[in-house]
Design a protein. Structure first.
Length: 703
């Protein structure tokens, strides 16, 4: 084997990089240093200016580019859309501070003190203004991606980078003599067309694709295609590819659920391979030998690093003061926005390659000289290091302070979910629902159950059961969840389910319907009646006509006094978790008393609206809100439940006749120990009956 440096053997090169990706986090975790720093430093050591083990060739550049785009894509994909809309003005505030402070400081220092031209000074200052969300993976791991500070920073990042890249485009245009009305018209029109294609057309195509294509490999390939097509369209529009990747994540945000197998694949591949490659590639750019051998170079590098850090810290502090954020949130904003990489590298390389003339010795006069080029690389290393520590410290503090909005008492011990695996056609849709009603940080486990009855105990039934269990386990594992599968032999299905629920202390049972099954027979037949009468767990009856991630709206209706049911907080929190994990708008219809209770207890999420619904007699009134891409969710009750209404029998008719081909979910709450309250059960039951009678009389009078 040829062992000359740099190493050319591709297997050995890839082995070295993989070992760095494997060992850097393990070693640095012991001394509390973020793994991002280790990857960048490792890139310095093995790169052409270090030990020269690995050449920064086209393969490294290719994987690094993919990693950079992946970071921006994940930032757009993980952003909480409701919080983003709510904080868009706050993002503008941060964006203004984060752009103008570095621009003013950078221009003054380089023009007046370091004697660079005004154009060179403006270009260097724009490099300070831009930033890359290199530390975003740390935020993602800590589970605080939906924090207000993160959303403000992500929105501000888009604003700042667009402004910095616009400065770059203007400077390039001015140096080539193309800065005229045609230049401005072309730039504005191309950006508008690009944005419309990515934000309007791509979501429509993606929703259609996910509805009709269930193959997991093709879905992941499609997502990657959207990211890179969007990035290429950004280049054609005259802006950087990272903006295209970010907008691609923005466009797919509501189409990829947080606990879905697809999201797990996106996270896994990016954080395992592409993003570490990018960080190692950044380290390989650092030429510390030139810096050590030239005093002016090291002075410029120090000035650039200090200026970039001070400017971003000042922007974070002013944002905190203006928006009344906490100190930890301020530090998190600083940590996310201090790291320089993508736009900075693009600007310095473009400026370095612009030749403005030659010296008497025939040497080229560049817009940005070699000192700024090397100073930029050191600045990237310094800012990424500082940003990593700041993000880690503030992120851990914020994660510790994160408090669940629902009362702790509403999540009792034995809060397990069980999925009924009865039919091949409903396995994945049921698991998709069950997984997205769970908070992965609290538990990534659930049970799956298949019943073999005495009259069907044969080899064929056992083989079918094994097929269902295998399919369910693979689906759960692909979403990084653990499925405890159970095959139970019992006299009948109802007794098998009820006994399993008792043995495993199940609080939530998910059951589905075959597409050809009769709605009324399935819901109100012997099996459902037995489950409602003989077991206390919450029951979720689900029928899916399309994947959850392709939905656009959840409509939830509550019966009067639903909040007084002992198991209300449990199933209601799961619906909020479902809406949060999918990012889908939730409309809740209930009585004014129920709505007032939920608002008083702050049991709501950002992307949620409340509307009055007197009782289930008036359910037809919400039909216009239930469109093809809607999931209809009805809070039900057992006959002895506090919130039971005789008019609940109308729900089955409503779904089978008024809402054909609409996905729906019926929820029966847990019916354990009766809660104590000032109003007696008989009084509440009487009130519900009176409401039903009033509704019937009103309907008769209208007719």
């Amino acid at each position: 084997m040829n062992m000359q440096l740099p190493i050319q053997e591709p297997v050995l090169v890839f082995t070295i990089i993989l070992l760095i990706i494997l060992l850097a986090p393990i070693l640095l975790r012991r001394i509390n240093v973020p793994s991002i720093i280790g990857l960048i430093v490792a890139g310095v050591l093995i790169g052409p200016f270090g030990l020269n083990l690995v050449e920064r060739n086209s393969a490294v550049v290719l994987f690094g580019t993919v990693g950079l785009l992946y970071i921006m894509f994940l930032a757009g994909l993980e952003i909480d859309m409701a919080e983003f809309k709510k904080n868009r003005n706050k993002s503008l505030v941060f964006g203004a501070y984060s752009f103008f402070i570095p621009m003013i400081l950078g221009t003054i220092v380089f023009y007046y003190f370091l004697n660079y031209s005004i154009i060179s000074s403006l270009l260097v200052a724009s490099m300070f203004a831009s930033h890359t969300l290199i530390t975003y993976p740390l935020v993602n791991k800590l589970g605080i991606a939906k924090n207000q500070a993160v959303n403000i920073t992500i929105g501000g990042t888009l604003i700042v980078n667009l402004a910095a890249l616009l400065i770059l485009a203007v400077i390039v245009g001015s140096t080539t003599g193309d800065l005229n009305m045609f230049f401005w018209a072309k730039l504005v029109i191309s950006i508008i067309v690009f944005s419309l294609i990515v934000l309007l057309i791509f979501p429509l195509i993606s929703r259609w694709f996910f509805k009709h294509e269930s193959d997991s490999i093709l879905q992941y390939t499609y997502v990657l295609s959207v990211v890179f097509v969007s990035s290429f369209l950004a280049i054609l529009a005259g802006i950087e590819a990272i903006i295209g990747a970010f907008l691609a994540g923005f466009a797919l945000n509501k189409l990829i659920a947080r606990n879905s197998p697809l999201m797990n694949r996106i996270d896994f591949v990016g954080n395992t391979l592409f993003i570490p490659f990018f960080l190692i590639g950044v380290g390989m750019l650092v030429n510390y030998r030139v810096l050590l051998g030239d005093r002016l170079a090291i002075l410029i590098a120090i000035i650039m690093s200090v200026l970039a850090t001070v400017a971003k810290y000042a922007a974070a502090v002013l944002t905190q003061k203006s928006l009344k954020l906490s100190k930890d949130q301020m530090l998190l904003i600083f940590g996310l926005s201090n790291s320089q990489a993508a736009s900075t590298l693009a600007a310095v390389l473009i400026g370095y390659n612009i030749i403005q003339g030659t010296t008497p010795d025939g040497l080229p006069i560049r817009l940005l000289d070699e000192n700024i080029l090397n100073g930029t690389i050191l600045m990237i290393l310094v800012t990424c290091t500082i940003a990593s520590f700041a993000t880690q410290k503030s992120g851990v503090a914020i994660a510790r302070e994160k408090v669940n909005e629902l009362p702790a008492a509403s999540v009792p011990s034995g809060n397990y979910s069980l999925v009924g695996l009865a039919n091949d056609a409903t396995v994945e849709s049921l698991l998709e629902l069950a997984l997205n009603t769970k908070d992965r940080k609290k538990s990534n486990e659930l049970y799956g159950l298949h019943i073999i009855t005495a009259d069907k105990e044969n080899a064929e039934s056992e083989q079918y059961a094994g097929k269902l269990i295998d399919k369910a386990e693979k689906y759960a594992a692909s979403a990084d969840f653990k499925l405890h599968s159970i095959i139970r032999y019992d006299l009948n299905i109802a007794s098998g389910i009820i006994n399993t629920i008792k043995e495993k202390r199940i609080r939530h049972f998910f059951i589905g319907l075959h597409e050809k099954a009769s709605l009324l027979d399935s819901f109100f037949g012997n099996l459902t009646n037995d489950l409602l009468q003989k077991n206390q767990s919450a029951i979720y009856i689900y029928k899916a006509y399309q994947p959850i991630n392709t939905l656009q709206h959840f409509v939830l209706i509550l019966p009067a006094n639903a909040e007084l049911e002992n198991g209300f907080a449990e199933w209601y929190s799961k619906i909020l978790q479902l809406a949060g994990n999918t990012g889908i708008k939730l409309s809740l219809y209930g009585t004014l008393e129920s709505i007032a209770y939920l608002r008083a207890k702050k049991l709501s999420i950002q992307n949620m609206n409340f509307y009055e619904l007197i009782n289930y007699q008036h359910i037809i009134e919400i039909r216009p809100q239930i469109k093809p891409n809607t999931l209809f969710i009805a809070g039900m009750a057992r006959r002895d439940g506090i919130s039971y209404q005789a008019s609940m029998a109308n729900v089955g008719y409503f779904l089978s006749h008024e809402c054909k081909q609409i996905s729906f979910l019926l929820v029966y709450p847990y019916s354990g120990e009766k809660i104590s309250d000032d109003i007696s059960y008989n009084d509440i039951s009487l009130q519900n009956n009176i409401q039903d009678i009033k509704g019937a009389i009103g309907k008769w009078l209208k007719s």
